[in-house]
Design a protein around this ligand. Structure first.
Ligand SMILES: O=P(O)(O)OC[C@H]1O[C@H](OP(=O)(O)OP(=O)(O)O)[C@H](O)[C@@H]1O
Ligand SMILES: O=c1cc[nH]c(=O)[nH]1
Ligand SMILES: [Mg+2]
Length: 209
């Protein structure tokens, strides 16, 4: 399977266009990020393992399948990744959540870690790392490294907007991960912001600028 999956859908394009608009305020921005995350999760969860169960319908006994969501761990990268957490949890409600606080140093563009709280991870866990913005890829590569250090192996990345630079950096260092994104934008600008992008996702979610 390709390492990069751009989820191409009219509903996603519509919602993302509203998010990109600089006049869109935090309430609508948060709601739209949540709605797009639901749509992305539908695709990104396509390969989750299921378990066969017996179901008694009013008519007959039959076989059903349930997702083994206790083996799923979601890792939002703080802060902006938090805006995607509820969307994934609403579809995979028994997943565990690991938190990773990372910000990007504006000068060096290195990922600076400030918080880590993970549940126990094993190699059979399906891990979803969430961050709406994949710019240089430094934050995501840092998160992947942490997840692997804690024992995780099956890693899926969910992002809203990715830059080609970030995608290349992440995939070349981690050819085993799959990235699901709503859009692949053109490039980074001189401050490593995604063009056209949507600006600073954390600031727009939490009105910190
Ligand atoms: O691919 P990169 O170049 O590493 O950039 C992407 C990162 O930058 C943003 O976080 P930021 O540092 O603004 O922290 P915040 O989420 O707390 O706002 C964004 O949410 C990503 O985590
Ligand atoms: O465009 C960008 C790049 C990094 N982080 C953001 O929030 N936006
Ligand atoms: Mg930010």
């Amino acid at each position: 399977m390709d390492n990069l999956q751009v989820v191409d859908h009219p509903l996603i394009k519509h919602k993302l266009s509203i998010m990109r608009n600089k006049e869109t305020g935090p309430k609508e921005f948060r709601e739209l990020l949540n709605e797009i995350t639901l749509l992305l999760t539908y695709e990104a969860a396509r390969n989750l393992p299921t378990m066969e169960i017996e179901v008694e319908t009013p008519i007959a006994l039959t076989k059903g399948e349930i997702v083994e969501d206790k083996k799923v761990t979601i890792v939002p990268i703080l802060r902006a990744g938090l805006g995607m957490l509820d969307g994934v949890l609403s579809l995979v409600p028994n997943a565990s959540v690991g938190f990773l606080g990372v910000y990007r140093d504006p000068e060096t563009l290195n990922a600076i870690e400030y918080y880590v709280k993970f549940p126990p991870l094993t190699e059979d866990h399906q891990i979803f790392i969430l961050d709406p913005m994949l710019a240089t890829g430094h934050s995501m590569n840092h998160a992947i490294k942490q997840v692997k250090k804690q024992g995780g192996q099956n890693i899926t990345i969910m992002s809203l907007i990715a830059a080609p630079e970030g995608v290349n950096v992440v995939i070349s260092e981690n050819p085993d991960v799959i990235i699901y994104t709503a859009a692949l934008d053109s490039k980074l600008n001189s401050k490593a912001y995604i063009v056209p992008g949507l600006g600073d996702a954390g600031d727009r979610l939490y009105r910190t600028k």
